[in-house]
Design a protein around this ligand. Structure first.
Ligand code: OOG
Ligand code: NI
Length: 373
C-alpha cells in the first residue's frame, strides 16, 4: 500500500485494485460505466481519474493497464467521526455530562450542546512496550494533531504530552501514561501479566483512514479484563494504574471552555458557583480552582462518579469512572488591548500546566470520589 498526502486536507489512499475483472476492460469501458453510475470524469497528470459526486469518496483510476481504487479521504471528517464516537460513549457512561449540559441549557447559558467549546479531551495509558503515548499518539498525529509540550509527574509516576488540533475549533488532546518501570516490582508484574502478550504496537495494525476502525479500537481492549484482586492491588500503589487497566482508552474527560460563556459564568470561579448550586461535586485537591503560576490558565473538575465494573470471574464492584473538567484561558498580556469581539484562541493562554494537572488527575482517586458518598 502506498499512502501519501494529496494536499488541501485531502488524503489519498491507493492500492492495486484487488479485483482481477477490472483488468480486462478498456479505460473507455470503465469511464462510461463510472459516468453511468454518477461519477464525473476528468484528466489529471496523465491519469484518467473519476471524481465522485457529493460525499462519495471512492475513486477508480487506471494507468498503464493497472487499475487502482483510490479513496479520497478527508481527515477532518474522520476526526469528526472519531470525536463523535468518543463523546457518545463518554456521555453514556458519565451522567454528569448530560446533567451539566441540561442545566446550562435550562439556565440559558447555551441554546444547545453544540454551543459548547470543548477545550480538550484526555486519555490515560500504560507505559509499557508497544502501548502508552508513543502508540496512542499515532492515531491523532495521523488525523492532523501536532505534538506540543511534555509534562512530568514524578510523584504520581506519570508522563504526559499535549497535542494541538488541526483547526482551532477542535479540542486539544492531553495524553498521559504510567511509568510502569518506576512502580514496585510486584505492581509491574501484575501489569505485565496483562500486557506481555502484546508484542507489536496494535495501532500499527489499524487502518487509520477508517473512523469505524479507530472507534472500535478505542473502545475495545488489548488485554484481558483484570481480576478484582489485581485491580485492588494496583490501586493500593497507583490509582491511575488501576483506572487505566480497567477503563483503558475510554475518554477520561472532556473540558468545557468557560471564557466564551455569558457574563456571570465566564470564569472558573463563577462557573464553579453555578455547578455547586446545582449539586455537582468538585475536586478540591489543592483547591477547587487550579491556577497556573502565570495566572492565565484556571481549571476545575467534577469528582468522577462511581461506575459498576465487572471484573474477570464476574465480580461486580463500583469503581471511579470519568469526570468533567472546566477551563478558563485568559488573554495573553500582549493582546490585552484587543476588544473582546476580536479575541480568538491564539490570543489566549495555550497548553497545560503540570501543577494544575497533578491535582486534576485526582478527580478519579478515592480521596476525591469518597466525598460523593
Ligand atoms: C488528566 C489530568 C490532567 C489537565 O487538563 O491538566 C488534565 C487525567 O486525569 O488523566 O486533564
Ligand atoms: Ni484536562
Amino acid at each position: 500500500m502506498d499512502n501519501r498526502d494529496a494536499g488541501a486536507g485531502k488524503y489519498v489512499w491507493k492500492f492495486v485494485c484487488p479485483s482481477d475483472e477490472f483488468l480486462d476492460g478498456t479505460p473507455e469501458m470503465y469511464s462510461n460505466f463510472l459516468a453511468f453510475i454518477g461519477y464525473e470524469k476528468y484528466i489529471n497528470c496523465g491519469l484518467n481519474v473519476c471524481e465522485p459526486f457529493g460525499n462519495c469518496t471512492r475513486i477508480i483510476l487506471y494507468f498503464d493497464g493497472v487499475f487502482y481504487i483510490r479513496a479520497m479521504i478527508n481527515k477532518q471528517e474522520i476526526l469528526g467521526e472519531v470525536l463523535k464516537g468518543l463523546m457518545r460513549r463518554y456521555q453514556e457512561r458519565v451522567p454528569d455530562v448530560s446533567a451539566i449540559l441540561e442545566v446550562m441549557r435550562t439556565e440559558g447559558l447555551i441554546q444547545s450542546p453544540a454551543d459548547i467549546e470543548n477545550d480538550h479531551i484526555a486519555f490515560r495509558s500504560l507505559g509499557v512496550p508497544h502501548l502508552g503515548i508513543a502508540s496512542l499518539e499515532k492515531i491523532f498525529l495521523h488525523l492532523g494533531y501536532t505534538r506540543r509540550d511534555p509534562y512530568s509527574f514524578p510523584a504520581k509516576k506519570l508522563n504526559a504530552w499535549w497535542y494541538a488540533p488541526p483547526e482551532p475549533g477542535l479540542p486539544r488532546i492531553f495524553l498521559s501514561e504510567l511509568r510502569v518501570q518506576d512502580l514496585p516490582e510486584a505492581s509491574q508484574e501484575i501489569i505485565q501479566r496483562y500486557t506481555d502478550a502484546i508484542i507489536s504496537d496494535p495501532v500499527d495494525e489499524l487502518d487509520l483512514n477508517n473512523a469505524a476502525v479507530i472507534d472500535q479500537f478505542l473502545h475495545s481492549s488489548n488485554w484481558a479484563v483484570p481480576s478484582w484482586e489485581d485491580y485492588h492491588a494496583l490501586a493500593a500503589v497507583s490509582e491511575y494504574a488501576a483506572w487505566a487497566i480497567y477503563n483503558r482508552y475510554y475518554l477520561n474527560h472532556f473540558t468545557i471552555s468557560v471564557q466564551n460563556l455569558p457574563e456571570g459564568y465566564n470564569t472558573v470561579a463563577s462557573f464553579n458557583i453555578f455547578l455547586e448550586k446545582h449539586g455537582f461535586i468538585l475536586n478540591d485537591s489543592g483547591s477547587k480552582i487550579k491556577t497556573s503560576p502565570d495566572g492565565l490558565l484556571l481549571q476545575s473538575s467534577t469528582v468522577a462518579r462511581m461506575v459498576e465494573a465487572e471484573f474477570a470471574g464476574g465480580r461486580k464492584v463500583f469503581i471511579p469512572g470519568s469526570y468533567v473538567e472546566f477551563a478558563e484561558r485568559r488573554v495573553l498580556p500582549a493582546y490585552a488591548h484587543l476588544p473582546t469581539a476580536a479575541i480568538r484562541r491564539e490570543h489566549r493562554r495555550e497548553g497545560f500546566e503540570a501543577g494544575n494537572a497533578d491535582k486534576i488527575f485526582e478527580s478519579t482517586f478515592t480521596s476525591q470520589t469518597d466525598r460523593r458518598s
